[in-house]
Design a protein around this ligand. Structure first.
Ligand SMILES: C[S@@+](CC[C@H](N)C(=O)[O-])C[C@H]1O[C@@H](n2cnc3c(N)ncnc32)[C@H](O)[C@@H]1O
Length: 276
């Protein structure tokens, strides 16, 4: 794969991505540009990334910058990613239910929907009498990823990542190597767009927010800003779920490792924060 961007083009694409999403494009990930932007070059009959950036700057192709940003964000996901965390989520929600409330969950950075649909499956499979589906809100900055999530359509490769055959047969309808999630699952999730560095968080307080593998490439200041927004979206004592390789330690005072649910993070109460 040839790398076709001049340093100016590279700097402009990097700045665009960071301004729109908070994500930084590390130099060692610049190789992704060629692959990610190739379909846009083809659609607009452009020969290089330099030509793409020039076209974007002229501004006569509507929504070109949006499309570039959508192509550059990493929407990698899989069903039941880091599976043990889903047992913890069930336990945490059982505690909310025991307190007499229907849990509210937010999948922030839901990509193409595997994460919220895994939650919907998890809760739909509970056999306890009267067990209700929690409220599940799922958001992403990428309209392209969200459109796919709303459709609930996946390739053979995608369903093979994380779905055992029993779950696949129970919850998906397969045709021509394409699998469509049951409407019972897609109806259980409210999908909407939310840019974590620019938009209001979804209304109402949540019991648990998943923000997994989203902040990995954010600059420290943008990360801190997002943690603050996630904290405002959570009820007192609400829980934050990060990706397997992520932590709040050294990044924010607003969350601390949960003593009750090991591996999750708990919103720190205001007085405790002031005392710290
Ligand atoms: C690698 S995927 C992770 C998907 C899922 N959470 C998981 O762990 O499988 C990261 C997602 O974060 C989204 N994202 C990146 N920056 C964002 C922002 N500023 N606001 C909202 N979503 C963002 C991307 O569009 C992408 O879909």
């Amino acid at each position: 794969m040839t790398y076709t961007a001049s340093p100016t083009t590279l700097a402009m694409l990097t700045a665009l991505l960071e301004a729109r999403t908070g994500q930084q494009l590390a130099a060692n990930r610049a190789w992704r540009l060629d692959i990610a932007l190739k379909p846009i070059l083809r659609d607009h009959d452009l020969a290089s990334l330099d030509a793409l950036v020039e076209t974007m700057m002229v501004g006569d192709v509507p929504l070109l910058a949006d499309r570039i940003v959508d192509a550059l964000v990493n929407s990698e996901s899989s069903f039941f990613r880091d599976a043990p965390v889903f047992d913890l989520i069930l336990e945490a929600c059982a505690a909310v239910e025991a307190a007499g409330r229907r849990p509210r969950l937010w999948s922030a950075g839901c990509a193409t929907g595997q994460e919220p649909l895994s939650l919907a499956m998890l809760f739909a499979e509970r056999s306890a009498p009267g067990a209700l589906m929690p409220e599940i809100v799922a958001t992403d900055v990428s309209e392209t990823a969200l459109a796919r999530a709303r459709e609930g359509r996946y390739t053979q490769f995608e369903v093979q990542r994380g779905l055992p055959i029993g779950r696949l047969m129970r919850w998906f309808d397969g045709r021509d190597d394409e699998w469509t999630a049951s409407p019972e699952l897609t109806r259980a999730v409210q999908f909407r767009r939310c840019n974590l560095v620019a938009d209001h968080v979804p209304p109402g307080r949540f019991d648990l927010v998943l923000c997994r593998n989203v902040l990995l490439y954010f600059a420290p200041a943008a990360k801190a800003e997002v943690f603050a927004r996630l904290a405002t979206a959570l009820r007192p004592g609400g829980l934050l779920v990060l990706g397997a390789g992520e932590t709040v330690i050294g990044q924010t005072q607003l969350f601390a490792p949960s003593r009750r649910f090991r591996g999750l993070y708990e919103k720190v109460a205001e007085p405790a924060r002031r005392a710290a």
